[in-house]
Design a protein around this ligand. Structure first.
Ligand SMILES: Cc1cc2nc3c(=O)[nH]c(=O)nc-3n(C[C@H](O)[C@H](O)[C@H](O)COP(=O)(O)OP(=O)(O)OC[C@H]3O[C@@H](n4cnc5c(N)ncnc54)[C@H](O)[C@@H]3O)c2cc1C
Length: 473
């Protein structure tokens, strides 16, 4: 049984998100005594306000879209209506269920959970406060900071929680706006654009750089833009929102060309605005600077082993910087626990091997170097492409818009990158992640047997295409 009166541990984890709770469980599995301090909800942003509830929402909007297309499959359905309150309630229910699941897992693994805000009093000493009062002082040779991040705002573009939303308000709308302005076209902005558009909202996306999805391969981002515009989403790239002004029940936005871009200033009105301009780490009031933990532009600075400048203090996940993804946080959490326990043969995280997924329609998934990044490094590449329109399963599913692109080092045959857009690519990308992780050669990938009929066959064909051997194009 976990002992709630205990204050001395081998490891204290501050933050119970997808970085912190797996770190705590892994440390416990390795025989260490562990405390976890969480100030809000176990499961962090990911389970409560991020990955999971958005996917529950997107499932509803995607289903609506699919049912609207039912006739193409010979099915007869009436007009598809929806009850927004029920859509949101289901998303919250899914989040709650997972939050309870994390609580159970921590208990099962004898992790002692403290409900409160954790701060470093000294290296190896953490104060836990609740409602301004100290509830515990904990000690441990090792502290893992996993306090995550929150939405960033820009001067003049601050959320008001009513008309100008962050992802939190966007996830629990009380009513559907008629029009929506999304500022920022990274994964979070694009997922909300897709969700609201598929529910019938007039959506405009504004992005400061000259293209949407700035971290994705340019060809895939251009493909995505074409699809979104075809669906009816308005997109302005190379554009900044210079000011937001509340007006009647909506917001008036001033648009201007971004630095280095030409064009006119303009204005658009929208019922609601979602700010999706990035995130900033939760680093405040935690005794970081006082204890020598270095913070740079909102994130804790660590070395390759997630060690901060303060001995025995580690930082993982969103608070330790990009990529801001749950699976990166989890990987770092497990690695930090194993490092603390002295597990041998560990390797630091290779950020280029962290897959990224965007669950819009069509989905986007990527891994490793983009074509431009490979060129910047002076690597001679072989690029393979395979379109969804050439795949039997995709045609049977009625999902013919998509592309699988693979990038190899022309000299060594190393798989440098994989960039996918289309139905279910977020489930496919892991095949390339395993291949890259095992340092599979192009020849091994080409001789692998892929089941038929599956979307995964396009991964095979894309590799074959890089070597002039594709069968179906
Ligand atoms: C709308 C949205 C959608 C997303 N979708 C995806 C997705 O599909 N896939 C993906 O990989 N990522 C997604 N993300 C990102 C993902 O949620 C984060 O990368 C992930 O949650 C980071 O995990 P973490 O453990 O580092 O931090 P968090 O999940 O932020 O958890 C940190 C926890 O620490 C607690 N805390 C903070 N300070 C203290 C303190 N001082 N004391 C005690 N507790 C504290 C917080 O309450 C929180 O519970 C999404 C994010 C958003 C906002």
């Amino acid at each position: 049984m976990a002992d709630e009166a205990k204050t001395n541990f081998d490891v204290i984890v501050v933050g119970g998100g997808p970085g912190g709770y797996p770190a705590a469980i892994r440390a416990s599995q390795l025989g260490l005594s562990v405390a976890l301090v969480e100030s809000e909800h176990l499961g962090g942003i990911c389970l409560n306000w991020g990955c999971i509830p958005t996917k529950a929402l997107l499932r509803a909007s995607e289903l609506r879209h699919q049912i609207a297309e039912a006739e193409e499959f010979g099915l007869t359905v009436g007009e598809v209506g929806f009850d927004l309150a029920k859509v949101v309630a289901r998303s919250r229910k899914v989040a709650k269920r997972l939050n309870a699941g994390v609580k159970h897992l921590l208990k099962k693994n004898k992790v002692v959970v403290f409900d409160g805000f954790g701060s470093l009093v000294a290296p190896g000493r953490v104060r836990v406060e609740k409602d301004g009062a100290e509830v515990a002082q904990l000690e441990a040779a090792n502290v893992i900071l996993a306090t995550g991040a929150r939405a960033r705002s820009l001067p003049g573009l601050e959320p008001d929680g009513e008309r100008i939303w962050t992802y939190k308000e966007a996830m629990v709308p009380e009513a559907l706006p008629k029009s929506l302005l999304v500022i920022g076209s990274g994964a979070i902005g694009i997922e909300f654009a897709s969700f609201y558009h598929d529910l019938g909202v007039a959506v405009t996306v504004v992005e400061v750089v000259p293209r949407i999805l700035p971290v994705e391969d340019e060809e895939i981002a251009a493909f995505a833009r074409k699809q979104f515009e075809k669906q009816g989403i308005a997109i302005h790239t190379g554009t900044i929102v210079s000011a937001l002004e509340p007006k009647d029940d909506g917001v008036l936005a001033n648009l201007a060309p971004a630095e280095g871009e030409s064009g006119e200033t303009s204005q658009i009105e929208a019922d609601r605005v979602i700010l999706a301009v990035g995130i900033t780490g939760n680093v405040e009031n935690m005794g970081l600077l006082e204890n020598g933990v270095e913070v740079d532009r909102g994130h804790i600075v660590t070395n390759e082993w997630m060690e901060t400048a303060c001995a025995g203090v580690y930082a993982i996940g969103d608070v330790a910087g990009p990529p801001w993804l749950a699976h990166k946080a989890t990987h770092e959490g497990v690695l930090a626990a194993e490092r603390i326990a002295g597990v041998e043969g560990l390797h630091p995280l290779e950020k280029s091997r962290v897959p990224g997924c965007t669950y819009c329609r069509p989905q986007i998934a990527s891994l490793g170097l983009t074509e431009a990044a490979a060129a910047e490094r002076g690597i001679e590449v072989r690029v393979g492409r395979f379109p969804y329109a050439g795949n039997g399963k995709a045609i049977a599913l009625g999902e013919t818009e998509g592309l699988v692109k693979t990038i190899f080092d022309a000299k060594t045959g190393e798989l440098l990158g994989a960039h996918l857009i289309g139905a279910e690519v977020t489930e496919l990308i892991q095949g390339f992640a395993i291949a890259q992780g095992l340092e599979t050669t192009e020849a091994e990938l080409m001789s692998t047997i892929f089941p038929h009929p599956t979307l995964s066959e396009m991964m095979h064909e894309s590799v074959l295409d890089a070597y002039g051997r594709a069968i179906h194009i």
